[in-house]
Design a protein. Sequence first.
Length: 259
Amino acid sequence: MSVLLGGADEERLDVWLLRLPKHDQIAHLIDRSELDDRERRRGASFLRPRDAVLYTSAHIALRRILGDCLSIHPSDVRFVREPCPGCGEPHGRPAVATPDPPLHFSLSHGGGMVLVAVASSTVGVDVEQTPRPDTVEMCTPSLHPDERTELAAIQPAERREAFGRIWTRKEAYLKGLGTGLSREPSLDYLGADKDSRPVGWSVLDLPAGPRHSAAAAVRADIAAPAAVHRLPVNVLFDGAAVHAEAVNPGDSALLEPAA
C-alpha cells in the first residue's frame, strides 16, 4: 500500500496507528531482522519487557511503512538527524537519509499504541495514554496561561481527557519544530481555539480510541489527514507486508483491541 505524496502545490498527511496486545503474546513472534544494530541494542536495553516490545514494534512498523513509501526494503531505510534548531548540531528531527527525500515522517509510541505519520511537509506526532489525575495536577502549571484557564473552566471529571488533548498537540508541535521539550511548554498555545495556535502549522487531533489522545502538527495548510490507517499486529511478523485498514476518524473504537 504505497503512499504517493503530492507535488509542491499539493500537501498530504497520512497516519498509521498500531494497537499492541499484551507484550507476552507477541514478543516471540516479532521479526527484528530489519532493524539496524543501534535499534536492536536500544530494544534490548529496556528493563521492562513491555517497554522493549513497544519500542521494537514501533521501529519495525516505521521501517515497513517508510520502505513501502520509498519502494525499498525496510532494512535499507537509513536515518539521519537534521540540524538542531537551537545549536545547529546534528541532533534535531530524524529524517530519511535519501537524496532529496520525497517525504517527512514522525514516530510516537506510548501506552501500547504506535503512531506513524508521513507527510509532504515537516511533521510531528504524539500519542499518549490518558493521564492520571495526579499527572494532570503536576503538569498543568507548565502549560501556556490560556491553556491553564481552559482546563480550570472544565469539570474535574473531564479534565484528564482535555489535558491529554492539549499535551499531545503540544508534543506533536514541539517535535515538528525539532526542539522537543527543550522548548518551554508554556511558550506556545495549543488549546481548543484553533485560530490562536502557531501560525503556519496545522495541528490536528487524531482518533486513538477512548484510552489515548493523539495529534499531528504539520507545517502546511492541511484540514485533515488524507487517510488514517489501522495497522494489524501481524505487520511486525516475518515477511508481513503493510496492509492497513482505513479508519473513519469518527469511529475511534476501531482502534481498540478485540475482546
